[in-house]
Design a protein around this ligand. Structure first.
Ligand code: AHR
Ligand code: AHR
Length: 532
């Protein structure tokens, strides 16, 4: 039986939080310097303050709502005070995360200015490595205080009379990792973060705090959430999926994130029950992407050159966030420019990687109410998946090959066995209200227009699938007017680069709907159905 998609607009999950399309800019490789900030640029690509205008334009197309900064591992030995004030007086420092030097020519004020240009909210990660609580309070005061106090006055003296009102603050980055300056045990981190949260809220009760999590399926998450869920607004997860030059592993990796999110949701609920608190605590998946640190090492700037297989993996990642809209409230692709990024710059311009296009389609189209899509396949599939290597079944709907060994990279996704089976066809759906959105490019919309938008990935390298889509009884779709946005290319290894683009988006309007969608091998598409 072919995979069949069932969609009933009455079966809603939760509104898609636009913050799942957020970004991340770390002082790492060419993300800041030469990426978003390039003051010496000789090719007319920067504004009067040195911000790359082509990069801003490319990120605006992705509608990035929130940007995390300044790390990442970088933050754990960062002195924020070095990055403010007259540029010629800012100290150069050794940089311990990526073993470089930090010029401090770009710091907090430049970051906030850049976020305003992008129309994105800043999200600051605090240094819990070498940094003290006093440093953290000083940073918060510098950014948010309107009082007549030292750091607020220092901000004014630096030319910024109004508080920045930075809403999102993270309590450290990957404090569990052996690579982290100031690594802590889960117990030690929990005690410290609890006290930091209390003090930071005393200074500014309006802020949203993010606890440092791991993958969601790690004991660190269990231990820290038990105490911290009652005092934070979000719990952060990080995961990178890795290909090991194996397409199947590359595209199935996001199943690990989905499992981690499910476990985290339960851990949050348990901690709230135990503490008797009602506050909303969401998942902030603030580092996710495809990254093979062996292929693109962090110390060398982690400039991945993505191919079509990676774009399909990114689409699968984004399907996870839509399906988990009830709990995932923020997600930041790591990172926004040059470093494991959908955009690569040179002094003369930029190119958009393959992974840019699924991200762009999701950010622009997959907004609205997430729907509880169901994919049915043959009845034999459940037992097959649980047993994993039962290959006497000819069912071609499921992947049953090897998962990623956990040792390949420090954050490489290791798909937990319970996250399997994973289907070749992966999908998510939203009920969208185009007339309420600034993404309304359909001229004859009236105020009642609704659309069902379905993001479908066929992850199989060589099989195409004819996928029936069955709509619930309430959904009357306009069968004359389906719009299709497709990301596809003949070869899985196809890439974009300075020489040109092999992978982009092909859009077709007015496609006649006949009940079944033919999904090409290794393709991604968003189908847009108008509802009567
Ligand atoms: O995004 C690259 C790095 O990956 C970040 O600095 C760190 O948090 C993670 O290990
Ligand atoms: O934990 C379950 C709930 O799911 C959270 O309170 C809320 O943020 C999400 O919708």
């Amino acid at each position: 039986m072919p995979p069949t998609i069932h969609i009933d607009p009455a079966r809603t999950i939760a509104p898609v939080d636009p913050r799942i399309y957020s970004g991340f800019t770390e002082h790492m490789g060419r993300c800041i310097y030469g990426g978003i900030y390039d003051p010496g640029n000789q090719h007319g690509l920067v504004d009067e303050n040195g911000y790359r205008t082509d990069v801003l334009d490319a990120l605006r197309e992705l509608r990035v709502p929130v940007v995390r900064y300044p790390g990442g591992n970088f933050v754990s030995s960062y002195r924020w005070q070095d990055g403010i004030g007259p540029k010629d007086q800012r100290p150069r420092r050794p940089e311990l995360a990526w073993l470089t030097e930090e010029s401090n020519q770009f710091g907090t004020d430049e970051f906030i200015h850049w976020c305003r240009l992008l129309n994105a909210e800043p999200f600051i990660c605090l240094n819990m490595g070498t940094g003290t609580l006093e440093d953290a309070l000083g940073w918060l005061e510098y950014c948010n205080s309107s009082a007549n106090t030292h750091y607020a006055n220092l901000r004014r003296a630096n030319g910024h009379p109004e508080p920045y009102n930075v809403k999102y603050w993270a309590l450290g980055n990957e404090m569990w990792g052996p690579w982290q300056v100031g690594q802590l045990s889960a117990e030690d981190y929990t005690k410290k973060a609890f006290q930091w949260a209390k003090a930071l809220r005393l200074l500014d009760p309006s802020i949203k705090l993010v606890s440092c999590g791991e993958t969601g399926f790690s004991d660190w998450d269990r231990v820290t959430l038990k105490t911290l869920a009652p005092v934070v607004d979000f719990h952060s997860l990080h995961l990178y999926t890795v290909s090991q030059n194996n397409h199947d592993i590359n595209v199935m990796g996001p199943a690990a994130a989905e499992k981690g999110i499910e476990i985290t949701k339960s851990l949050i609920e348990l901690a709230k029950i135990e503490a008797g608190v009602e506050r909303d605590v969401g998942v902030c998946f603030d580092e996710w992407n495809v990254w093979d640190p062996v292929r693109a090492p962090g110390e060398k700037g982690a400039e991945e050159h993505y191919d079509l297989s990676d774009a399909i993996a990114v689409a699968s990642w984004l399907n996870v966030f839509i399906r988990k809209a009830d709990i995932v409230k923020i997600a930041c692709i790591a990172q926004s420019v040059n470093v494991i990024s959908p955009i690569i710059t040179s002094p003369r311009g930029l190119f958009k990687q393959t992974t840019y296009y699924p991200l762009k389609l999701f950010a622009n189209l997959m907004q609205g109410m997430a729907l509880d899509i169901h994919i049915s396949t043959s009845s034999s599939s459940t037992s097959k998946g649980e047993e994993g290597d039962n290959d006497d079944d000819e069912d071609t709907n499921f992947y049953t090959g090897p998962t990623v060994p956990p040792f390949i990279a420090h954050l490489a996704a290791h798909t937990p066995p319970s996250a399997r089976p994973t289907r070749w066809i992966d999908a998510s759906a939203v009920l969208a209200f185009p007339s309420n959105s600034h993404n309304n490019n359909n001229n004859n919309n009236n105020n009642n227009t609704k659309e069902i938008r379905i993001a479908i990935v066929n992850r199989h390298k060589s099989l195409s699938f004819d996928v029936p889509i069955l709509f619930g009884p309430e959904a009357k779709v306009n069968e004359e007017q389906v719009t299709v946005h497709e990301v596809w290319s003949p070869e899985l290894g196809d890439r974009n680069g300075w020489e040109g683009e092999k992978v982009g988006v092909v859009e077709r309007r007015g496609v006649k709907w006949e009940g079944v969608w033919g999904c090409k091998a290794h393709s991604f598409q968003v189908l847009v159905f108008e509802l009567a």
